[in-house]
Design a protein around this ligand. Structure first.
Ligand code: ZN
Length: 112
């Protein structure tokens, strides 16, 4: 038996995880240049300011300085979560189709 381990959560990752829960509430927009969708991430330090943010970039000062930020990471986590949900629903649908096919071929469950 293999026992795995979970890496400890860094403060930055914990912060991004907390922010990720709010991403569905963030306003969304599209670039006027190429139509790329983005989120408007509320600034965590300046009230009334929002940053244009995607999973791969952000207009906040942190991203400009370090090439990463909690906003962008939060969008990544949110989008991964959405993909996980879509995958789970697709799997449920696939299993339902398999069960229907099984019932059609062999009849329904026999509880006798
Ligand atoms: Zn940012």
């Amino acid at each position: 038996m293999t026992v795995g381990s979970i890496a400890p959560l860094t403060a930055a990752e914990a912060s991004a995880l907390t922010l990720a829960a709010d991403v569905p509430n963030w306003a969304r927009g599209r670039s006027k240049v190429d139509g790329t969708p983005f989120y408007l991430a509320p600034s965590r330090t300046v009230t009334g300011v929002a940053h244009r943010c995607t999973s791969y970039g952000c207009t906040c000062r942190g991203f400009e300085r370090y090439g990463r930020c909690a906003h962008s990471r939060a969008v990544q986590l949110h989008e991964q979560h959405e993909r996980d949900i879509e995958r789970a629903f697709a799997e449920v649908a696939r299993r339902a189709r398999s069960a229907e096919t099984f019932d059609r071929l062999f009849g329904g469950p026999d509880f006798d």
